[in-house]
Design a protein. Sequence first.
Length: 433
Amino acid sequence: MPPSITELTVKPLPPEEALAFWRDKTPITAEVFKSLEAGARARAFAVVGLARLDQVSALQTALADALEQGETLASFQKRAAAIIEEAGWKGRRVENIFRTNVQQAYQAGRYVQMRRASKARPYWQYVAVQDRRTRPAHAVLDGKVYPADHEFWNAHYPPNGFQCRCTVRSLSPRQVEAERLTVERNMPGPQVWTDAKTGMEHFVNMPGPDRGFAGNPGKDWLQGLAPSPLDDGAVVFPQAPALCRRGGPAFADHDQKGDPCRPPLASLDPRHILPIREADLLPRGLAHTAYVRAFLAEFGLNDMDASTVITLPGVKMPVVISKALLIDKASGEFKVTKEGREAYLRLLARTIKSPYEIWLTPAALAGRRHAALRLIRLFRGKGTTIGGFAVFSLIGRNWHGSTVFNPKGTNTKSMLEYLERQRAGTLLYREGE
């Protein structure tokens, strides 16, 4: 007999993005933490007063469990009792560690969610609690609205201090208009804040984060999740048969003769071949940053330091888009001019945004087997002749790509033969008719 409504208990689901942010942190000592740059600190966990790495790691695990289980401060104190006793911490110190870290994880996860929705909700509003515990430097920002990609959020995204309870609200253009909100363009400067309850005025010289909190952990963490480019030859794709399931909303139905998994690309309906202009190809010899900006602009990112998350169709897999996609993590330098890749970065971006097919194919990287997602898209210039293609392969946290375009459509046969060989593994998605 099914339980009655009164017998059911509902357990809140753990915030996946917040948990992912926390799981990605590396435990280190406070001494090492001090030497890290702000971006790296978002991916590390340290506590002043804990000198041993085993203590730091144990406390991180306790906090992770508390976050996943939705525990209260009292439950966390019991879980971490041995560490707390050994460190000699008192109640307020423990509460500070608990609330600050849980809030940081929550806000980092919230940042990822808001970036994902920024196309429909491109404005963000700073929200302070506005009670007697709210700091004037935070309270003065309450209600401020900035575009989601404004530099304001690089340093002012909460939490902005120990036990900071500020948050951010995303807004659609319609909400901004309906609520008659002003979208700020300039960074906040010195101003006077009046406490509504007491009437007391406070001069705030520097509105914003407390010392040591000027950053955006969610953004810094998100940047670090972007896949890194691989050199040609670094990854090997073994031969694999083509497998697919027929029908379903994610696939186009084809009646052509031959392999139902791979209807010939030579007879592909022109609607599946994206038109581009010669102006879409970038000229050689530009600064590396110019190529990176052109790539990011395809995703609506006008700030070099901005990032967003897109979801691949059919597989519903999130992919982080940022300048880190084009950075060699070993050298820290941009990697955009490899074998003329820079000219085709816009095509590569459009393939990631709107692939024709997505295949799951085996790959070998550094002697280890991996499963790679391979995205394919064809392009044409004037008319319907296929002029080029782009292939983007995701292998764990790395990527490999190849792009070719000839606006005159010459040598189409060899191009298609190469591309047909890339259609191997399991077909996960095909663009609908």
